[in-house]
Design a protein around this ligand. Structure first.
Ligand code: AMP
Ligand code: ZN
Length: 469
């Protein structure tokens, strides 16, 4: 039985799906105005792993994750570059998908865009108005927060404390609201911004309504799991609950899961603090499998500090698994005996316990750190018991077992053949040095070696340039 820590109840609960054998899950995706940073990658890796484990347990998972493609930051970037907001979001959605592929994050069942569902948002806002949960003032529509009696149930905040905290909003020009706790569902257009026609005037939707509508459209009124980073608990997810439940009269999501932050120097990694690395930058130095492995070495609810040392440690640890798989492959290819011996059959039976440990860890609120420990126990077992005299069937079975556990975690055990940017640059430097020393044979050798890997060098006046073929 899978148990999930539910932010709503602050407890681990047994996972019982709404519909037998099926999981409906929604994860808030990124706002696409730049390359994603490795903090944004954490929820992607975490929930991709949740999905993979659910599938391993036999569930059919309908996984929806949006791209927020209308937002102040996108509009700002578009104005800076003198292009449309659509151009900016389109570009960074493509880049995000490339990064996801590098981290072996499977595409969601559906990746809806906010701008594709504006009609649905207008519909939901209209029905909230009909039910008395929303009102329009001067082209802005607000949600009447106090009308939704359970407001605060996810973030465990009480309305009066919130009221005290939101007084500053009154000063910031939102005094047309009935109550400082009310939040925006629709806002009027500003000069130079994209807009859509609505019953309340031209404008665009607020951020929170997007997820309520996309989730309902692709997964129905009730879903099993809703996920995102812990910064989204309040106000974003609290507001999603208010909108969806006020509209449907039903519980929106059964289990609310939130990953803790990725920090750097023990401070939250964020765009506004400027202390972030993009996934793309990391990919120049490391195979992105190492980043994924690094993230899964911590429990998703524990804060995780990013450092070069920890990445190096992850690189070495992953290498240990890969070397074991390589050795087993070698044995499989060179074995003289095919069938399992009686003793080997007994050993294979013994490995069941590592798989059981793995599942037990994952069942316990997706404890990937302990699950990885079980993978290492299996690796150690394989290293101890498989050797050159082993049968092909034995080496193959051990290798299959290691790979199938890694596959649940989305870790690829095959070594990446492709050269990293940093390796290429190092080789180019070596070639330059060889040329300087008039060692042309070595210089040509490097050029050919790079060519074999699909890297084309171009000697220009500004120095050597390279590209991938
Ligand atoms: P955003 O594009 O800011 O809306 O963020 C997209 C997702 O990344 C959300 O689920 C955030 O909670 C999550 N996120 C942003 N920064 C971090 C971080 N440093 N660590 C973990 N998750 C993060
Ligand atoms: Zn959301």
């Amino acid at each position: 039985m899978i148990r999930i820590y539910n932010t709503l109840s602050k407890k681990k609960e047994d996972f019982i799906p709404l519909e037998e054998g099926k999981v409906r899950m929604y994860v808030c995706g990124p706002t696409v105005y730049n390359f994603i940073h490795i903090g944004n990658a954490r929820p992607m890796i975490v929930f991709d792993t949740v999905r993979r484990y659910m599938e391993h347990k036999g569930y059919e998972v309908n996984f929806v994750s949006n791209f927020t493609d209308v937002d102040d930051k996108i509009i700002k970037k578009a104005n800076e570059e003198g292009v449309s907001a659509e151009k900016i979001s389109g570009r960074y959605i493509e880049e995000c998908k490339k990064d996801m592929e590098g981290m072996n994050i499977r595409p969601a069942t559906t990746h809806p865009l906010a701008t594709q569902e504006i009609d649905g948002m207008i519909d939901m806002i209209s029905s909230l108005m009909e039910k008395g949960y929303a009102y329009a003032v001067n082209g802005t529509v607000y949600f009447r927060t106090r009308r939704f009696e359970e407001y605060g149930k996810l973030s465990h905040k009480n309305l009066d404390d919130l009221q005290a905290g939101s007084r500053s909003l009154l000063i910031s020009g939102e005094d047309e609201k009935e109550d400082p706790l009310d939040f925006v569902l629709w806002k009027p257009k500003k000069e130079g911004e994209p807009y859509w026609v609505s019953p309340w005037g031209d404008g665009r939707p607020g951020w929170h309504i997007e997820c309520s509508v996309l989730s309902r459209k692709y997964l129905g009124e009730q879903i099993d799991i809703h996920g995102g980073g812990e910064d989204l608990v309040f106000p974003h997810h609290e507001n999603e609950i208010a909108q969806s439940e006020a509209c449907s009269g039903m519980e929106f999501a059964r289990y609310w899961m939130h990953n803790a932050f990725l920090n750097i120097d023990n401070r939250k990694m964020s765009k506004s603090l400027g202390n972030f690395f993009t996934v793309r930058e990391i990919s120049e130095k490391y195979d992105l499998q190492i980043l994924r492995f690094f993230m899964l070495n911590a429990h998703y609810r524990s804060p995780l500090n990013f450092s070069a040392e920890l990445m190096e440690a992850s690189k070495n640890a992953l290498e240990r698994i890969r070397t074991a798989v390589d050795n087993l492959k070698y044995i499989t290819e060179h074995a003289s005996a095919c069938e399992l011996t009686e003793e080997e059959a007994k050993f294979i039976k013994e490995t069941d316990k590592f798989e059981a440990d793995f599942d037990r860890s994952m069942d316990d609120d997706f404890n990937t750190a302990d699950a990885i420990a079980a993978v290492f126990d299996l690796v150690k077992f394989a290293n101890t018991h498989a050797a050159e005299g082993s049968s092909r069937a034995f080496a193959q079975a051990l290798s299959d077992k290691i790979q199938s556990l890694c596959d649940i975690l989305g870790i690829i055990t095959e070594k990446k053949e492709e050269l990293l940017d940093a390796d290429i640059e190092e080789l180019i430097e070596e070639r330059q040095a060889a040329r300087k020393a008039k060692n042309f044979a070595r210089a040509d050798e490097i050029r050919n070696l790079l060519l074999e890997k699909g890297i084309i060098l171009e000697d220009t006046r500004e120095g050597v340039k390279w590209k991938r073929a």
